[in-house]
Design a protein around this ligand. Structure first.
Ligand SMILES: [Zn+2]
Length: 491
């Protein structure tokens, strides 16, 4: 048996001004061939699960490419071409099955369905080839994806700490089907709703309940059942909540499970709407909390949803209200990093920090913040997460500097990075557990690493292209009517 195992992941925020060239993938570009195998074997990812299964089956393993980038604007045409050509060339050389670790919300400069177009192309080269696919919980699933693969599974957790399990499930179903033990029947459907990402955490309602229904279906008789909250900021026709169910040959049963989960989701649609309080109130509330660490969540500028990671509104408000003993992780500002490295550790500097990128999609220009502080540390920005998320997968924040204003220690980085692991601070000598406040450029993945150390969590509604107020975005492609953009659907 010759198995092709590949990874292509990008959650595209079509409102994001952050470009997505080939270099944005991986730590220094995508991993190709044996490098892809080495980089992901033994990690908490679907790709790693696929590798383990293939080894167990004593299959010949081909890993043409592993390419994952932080969310940002539409993927550049040549980047998409390079990644997908590499996979398709491997398919052309022949294979018995494919195992693909995909995201499901990739938009490119030239098409709205990066994954669907890839799967369609693979099936044109090798009609009917068995394909197992894992998708992120934030996938915007399309008919094209479902029609052009054999099995889809999704993550059941957000933060996504069960990526390996999703891969193991998809891979196992496909291998059993290769041996003639099961015949996967797959059904997909959606409802016209665009849930807020901040309401998709799986430790709380409503998502917790939908995941429980999916788990129950699997405990009963489904081979796999997945709920996808969707990624609302990828403005494409099929954005939003959907469900994929795989049963053993029983199409009718799969349809029934799918419908039940989706009907329940629709009934709970109001619970998927996040209501933000004004920033000044949130910070004032945080100031009253006596026991730290208090996490201040700057969710409107989350780079793992396409944020520029350089808006300064929340940091500015924290300074204005005089919060002390704060660690900030992290501001992306390559220009500032350069300036600070030239100044050197131990020196006092005043710089215009952040606000380097404009956000034309929401009509805002970048506003830097004047900051004075002492440079405490400079590093290469690399660390290995201790888990539970992306455990073992090397992270590269680019050159990294810590600027200490007295009350606030700010981690400043060159490459985007959502703080999901304590390593973002510990790798530069800051111990987050000793901080009264930890300000994080994150929406929800911070919970993976930071929830265990947090005494309180305060969501701070700052500025950015990952905000939850849909009225600031001009949706053009998503199917209408859709909840909550159109009030008439809420009847
Ligand atoms: Zn996700």
């Amino acid at each position: 048996m010759r198995f092709i195992i590949a990874l292509m992941k990008h959650e595209t925020n079509t409102f994001s001004p952050v470009p997505t060239p080939l270099e944005s993938f991986g730590n220094r570009g995508p991993y190709f061939g044996q490098d892809a195998f080495e980089a992901f074997r033994g990690t908490n990812t679907p790709m790693s699960a696929f590798i383990d299964l293939a080894v167990k089956e004593e299959a010949e393993i081909v890993t043409p490419v592993a390419a994952e980038a932080w969310p940002s604007g539409p993927v550049h045409r040549d980047a998409y071409q390079c990644i997908t050509d590499t996979i398709c060339e491997a398919v052309q050389e022949g294979c018995d099955a494919l195992f693909l670790d995909l995201h499901g919300a990739m938009v490119t400069e030239t098409n709205d369905d990066g994954e669907g177009v890839l799967l369609e192309r693979i099936r044109r080269i090798s009609p009917g080839v068995p394909i197992a696919v894992t998708l992120d919980m934030h996938a915007n699933v399309t008919q094209t994806m479902v029609e052009n693969c054999s099995v889809i599974t999704g993550y059941k957790t957000y933060p996504h700490v069960d990526m390996y399990a999703a891969g193991a499930k998809a891979g196992d179903i496909l291998i059993r089907s290769l041996k003639g033990k099961v015949k996967p029947a797959m059904v997909w459907d959606n409802r016209p709703m665009l849930p807020h990402t901040l309401r998709m955490g799986t430790d709380k309602l409503p998502m917790q309940h939908l995941v429980a229904l999916a788990n129950q279906a699997e405990a009963d008789d489904a081979l796999a059942a997945a709920v996808f909250g969707g990624f609302p900021l990828a403005d494409i026709h099929d954005a939003g909540l959907s469900t994929v169910v795989v049963t053993d040959e029983n199409q009718t049963r799969a349809e029934k499970i799918c419908r039940h989960i989706l009907d329940t989701a629709w009934e709970m649609r109001r619970d998927f709407i996040y209501d933000a309080e004004p920033l000044a109130e949130s910070v004032a509330h945080a100031k009253q909390l006596t026991e730290g660490p208090v996490l201040l969540i700057d969710h409107a500028d989350n780079c793992a949803s396409g944020g520029t990671q350089d808006t300064m509104a929340v940091v500015k408000e924290v300074m204005r209200q005089g919060l002390e003993n704060v660690a900030v992780g992290a501001i992306r500002d390559p220009e500032a990093v350069d300036q600070l490295i030239q100044a050197g550790v131990g020196n006092r500097v005043t710089i215009a920090l952040g606000g380097k990128m404009d956000m034309p999609s929401i009509g805002l220009i970048g506003e830097p913040l004047q900051v004075t502080g002492i440079i405490r540390a400079i590093s290469d920005g690399q660390f290995i997460p201790q888990g539970p998320m992306y455990t073992g997968v090397e992270q590269n924040m680019g050159r990294t500097v810590v600027l200490d204003t007295g009350g606030i220690q700010i981690v400043i980085i060159e490459r985007g990075h959502e703080p999901f692991d304590l390593g973002i601070f510990r790798s530069v000598g800051i111990e987050p557990t000793t901080k009264r406040y930890v300000l994080l450029k994150s929406r929800l993945h911070y919970r993976a690493g930071f929830l265990p150390i947090a005494k309180h969590i305060v969501e701070c509604n700052g500025i950015g292209v990952t905000g939850s107020d849909y009225s600031q975005f001009r949706f053009q492609k998503v199917r209408r009517p859709i909840y909550p953009l159109d009030v008439e659907t809420d009847s």
